[in-house]
Design a protein around this ligand. Structure first.
Ligand code: GLN
Length: 451
């Protein structure tokens, strides 16, 4: 049914970069055979899934949305991919994304944009926009994404589905093509909170292959999503996430969601996080710095594209030609920003200062979580914007992640759950729920109560 749906609608949505219907049916038959042989498979066995094309897959291409990886077939599976295969999920294909997950609209993909199923002239969010669109368009019941600054929560919000950013270190980065290693977090997309929790549980947990993986039990997210009960819970509304720049319809649906939380027995208070206003500038120093270092590996020797290697040029010349041709404008912008911020003489003023701001933001969260159990805000200040509207204005694009970035800097658990449609455009609005690291179950509990 999902293959039929993809065949029927993906020409308009363009969520997938790679699908292989025969291979999908083969995987499904193999799961049947395992079940018939008496293997104990988990609750998601046989369920189809789409993977963001930034997780390596040993039997499919992996591009990270970049020309520089065109034609590359990884020799191994990411831990997320491997665990979901072991659990019996069937991979429908690989989904589109902003190149190397840098963006908020999927317009930065080297393979063209993905469209929002609610209105195909609009963006599906990003960078995991192929995954969000595939789930919202019923092409896939589940999908994976990665959230470095909001790339799961923001696309979930603007396509009207559920998307969670697990605690940093709660889901493995092994085999995830790196953007900013201290921020990158794999997480689930689904149409219900319980589905997202089941997927979260299926790929999470300690992985010795990832040095920053947390060696603790996975928080009981499925139980929390089933419980869906919040009487007595203390909820903080972040004062800084309101005002100018927030669309009226977003604010209206958010205010109603807060009233709903109160009517379900939560105690709602306003909370101030004074350093959050510096989160965006700190992120846009830290993330590009880490990216400039991570993307140094694309040297024309190791992977994919190689340009000008005709025997007349040095390795450095081939590398320069390949990187000039293989990387898109946003990736180049970030490599240059990051290289500058890390260079000697500027390091303390930019990168060092941004890391200090990161600590202040983490402390704001710690102080807030002494008063409340969860924090809430709109997931993103506006509904899905038209394709092209912010493409030439990086600053406007960066604002899409105003509310999501602080949780990446602090490593929190967070989720986006649909909370209605904006009056002015009829497009989905998301409620963001944030909890301290390793309290992932709390965000699922609240999300399930309001969904
Ligand atoms: N939009 C943000 C950026 O461009 C976040 C991306 C992400 O979470 N991968 O960096």
């Amino acid at each position: 049914a999902h293959l039929d749906r993809i065949a029927a609608v993906d020409g308009r949505i363009e969520a997938f970069l790679h699908t292989d219907p025969e291979g999908v049916l083969e995987q499904a038959r193999a799961v049947d055979a395992r079940r018939a042989a008496g293997e104990e498979l988990g609750p998601l066995a046989g369920v189809p899934i789409a993977h963001k094309d930034v997780f390596t897959t040993r039997d499919m291409p992996t591009t990270a949305g970049s020309k520089i990886l065109e034609g590359w077939r990884p020799p191994y599976d990411a831990t997320v991919t491997a665990r979901l295969r072991a659990a019996g999920l069937v991979i429908l294909g690989k989904t589109n994304l902003d190149e190397f997950a840098m963006g908020s609209s999927t317009e930065n993909s080297a393979y063209g944009p993905t469209r929002n199923p609610w209105d195909t002239s609009r963006i599906p969010g990003g960078s995991s926009g192929g995954s969000s669109a595939a789930v919202a368009a019923y092409e896939a019941p589940l999908a994976t994404g990665t959230d470095t600054g909001g790339s799961i929560r923001q696309p979930a919000s603007v396509t009207g589905i559920v998307g969670a950013k697990p605690t940093y270190g709660g889901s493995s980065r092994y085999g995830l093509i790196a953007f900013a290693s201290s921020l990158d977090t794999p997480g689930p997309f689904a149409r219900t909170v319980l589905d997202a929790a089941l997927l979260h549980e299926a790929f999470s947990g300690h992985d010795p292959m990832d040095a920053t993986s947390i060696d603790r039990p996975v928080p009981p997210v499925v139980e929390a999503a089933r419980r869906a009960e919040i009487a007595g819970l203390r909820v903080g509304v972040v004062r800084e996430f309101a005002g100018d720049g927030y669309q009226a319809g977003v604010t209206a649906r958010f205010d109603e969601a807060v009233e709903l939380l109160e009517s379900l027995g939560a105690k709602v208070v306003e909370v101030s996080c004074p350093h959050f206003e510096y989160a965006l500038p700190a992120y846009y120093l830290i993330a590009p710095s880490e990216c400039s270092s991570n993307l140094a590996r694309f040297d024309a020797m190791r992977y994919g594209l190689r340009i000008g290697d005709d025997g007349s040029r040095s390795a450095e010349e081939v590398m320069a030609l390949t990187r000039a041709e293989g990387f898109g404008p946003e990736v180049k912008r970030r490599i240059m920003l990051g290289t500058y911020a890390l260079s000697s003489g500027y390091y303390d003023a930019y990168y060092g200062k941004a890391q200090q701001v990161r600590t202040l933001i983490t402390r704001d969260f710690e102080a807030a979580f002494e008063q409340v159990d969860v924090l809430v805000s709109p997931t993103t200040p506006t509904t899905a914007f038209p394709i092209g509207e912010r493409a030439d204005d990086p600053m406007a694009m960066y604002l899409a992640d105003l509310c999501t970035i602080p949780s990446n800097l602090a490593g929190n658990a967070a989720i986006s759950v649909p909370c209605g449609l904006a009056d002015e455009d009829g497009l989905p609005v998301g409620l963001q729920i944030m909890a301290p690291p390793l309290a992932d179950d709390r965000v699922y509990r609240v999300a399930a109560a309001v969904e």
